[in-house]
Design a protein around this ligand. Structure first.
Ligand SMILES: Nc1nc2c(ncn2[C@@H]2O[C@H](COP(=O)(O)OP(=O)(O)O)[C@@H](O)[C@H]2O)c(=O)[nH]1
Ligand SMILES: [Mg+2]
Length: 348
């Protein structure tokens, strides 16, 4: 069934030039209260780019999220069976949008954290082929909606992401982003917790151009559900970064660990040798045992480094195959969906 889009603010309508298909996706878990405000703020058309379609991914909400989305004329509603978490919903949404023929996919939150009127700023650099991914930078250092502790976390997190991915992003965990079709085709979210950091590290590894543009944010409508406490947020990001290191830089990660262990192991061995040389070796055998164990552990970790590099090369080849397969599938599905009605409700 086709639901007409109802917009309340005429200033959000623009004249159209390029005719690219922009899909704004909103992963939602119980967002019936705030969804109308999010939808009302999304432009219908972006000047010089093309029309905007909206896709809501409902992750087994218990409230009226789906009903609200239907009433407000959302073009595409993707229903997950049960609550699968944000990362899986995000990935399902990206794949669905690609099958619908999206040229640019924008992700925003269902809690009305981000201002829909910033969407054209995210989309334009991709339409003009200046970027593959555009991050909506909330300027955490200045935003009144961030506590001093959250600002500090953002700064540390962004530095770490820069070290891992080579991408300079002052707001690495922003969920407000735009992806070109090609960059979306290459997204495979592996970790369950934080797709935001993982997709950035992945983008850096693939050599994609990622830029940040400043965006407006609204005052919080409720506490964060994804990071109910600071400890939870920090541990989630640390686990994601650690797993990303193992996944995308296995040689370097294991080699550094192996060499560090070997160097630490050499210290007690040299200590023992010193005592042995001056004739006081008795009573220092423990140093030799400890050093030997660490040296051996370091040696095996170096072997693991080379093995994981081979596994990593295979992962890259598999990834290339997956991307090509996705491209073929998405293009075929786009042709089929173009022949069908534009409004859809799909199940995963
Ligand atoms: N799919 C899915 N989305 C969720 C879940 N929890 C939160 N979200 C959505 O993820 C987005 C961000 O959630 P939010 O609580 O605002 O977290 P924050 O902005 O990152 O602090 C919102 O659109 C939520 O509806 C979940 O369990 N599954
Ligand atoms: Mg939010």
């Amino acid at each position: 069934m086709n639901y007409p889009i109802r917009l309340t603010d005429d200033t959000r309508t623009y004249s159209c030039g390029m005719n690219l298909k922009v899909i704004v996706q909103i992963p939602c878990y119980n967002e019936a209260k705030t969804l109308p405000a999010v939808l009302a703020d999304i432009p219908e058309i972006i000047e010089g780019v093309g029309p905007v379609e909206i896709q809501v991914i409902d992750d087994g909400s218990d409230d009226d999220t789906i009903e609200v989305a239907r009433r407000h004329g959302v073009h595409h509603i993707l229903q997950q069976k049960g609550n699968k978490g944000l990362a899986r919903s995000f990935q399902a949404g990206i794949e669905h949008a690609l099958r619908l023929g999206a040229d640019i996919i924008v992700n925003t939150d269902g809690d009305n954290q981000y201002c829909g009127r910033s969407i054209p700023d995210l989309v334009r650099p991709i339409a003009e082929k200046r970027a593959d991914i555009v991050l909506g930078d909330r300027r955490p250092g200045e935003s009144p909606h961030f506590s001093p502790f959250k600002r500090l976390l953002q700064r540390v997190g962004s530095r770490l992401v820069r070290a891992l991915s080579g991408i300079d992003a002052s707001d690495a965990v922003t969920g407000f982003r735009a992806y070109s079709r090609d960059s979306a085709l290459s997204i495979t979210v592996m970790t369950r917790f934080s797709y935001t950091v993982e997709t950035l590290i992945h983008a850096g590894q693939r050599g994609l151009t990622v830029i940040s543009v400043p965006v407006e944010t609204n005052a919080p409508t409720r506490p964060s559900r994804l990071a109910p406490s600071k400890r939870h947020f920090v541990s989630r990001q640390v686990v994601t970064m650690f797993r990303s290191c193992l996944m995308y830089r296995p040689l370097r990660t294991f080699l550094i660990a192996g060499i560090a262990m070997s160097i630490v192991g050499l210290v007690p061995i040299l200590r023992f040798l010193w005592f042995y040389a001056i004739g006081a070796g008795d009573g220092h055998v423990q140093s030799l045992v400890l050093g030997g164990v660490l040296l051996l552990a370091g040696y095996f970790t170096v072997i693991v480094a080379f093995l994981s590099d081979i596994v990593g090369t295979n992962r890259k080849l598999t990834e290339e195959t997956l991307i090509r397969l996705r491209r073929i599938e998405a293009e075929r599905a786009t042709r089929v969906s173009a022949a069908n009605a534009p409004a859809t409700t799909d199940h995963d």
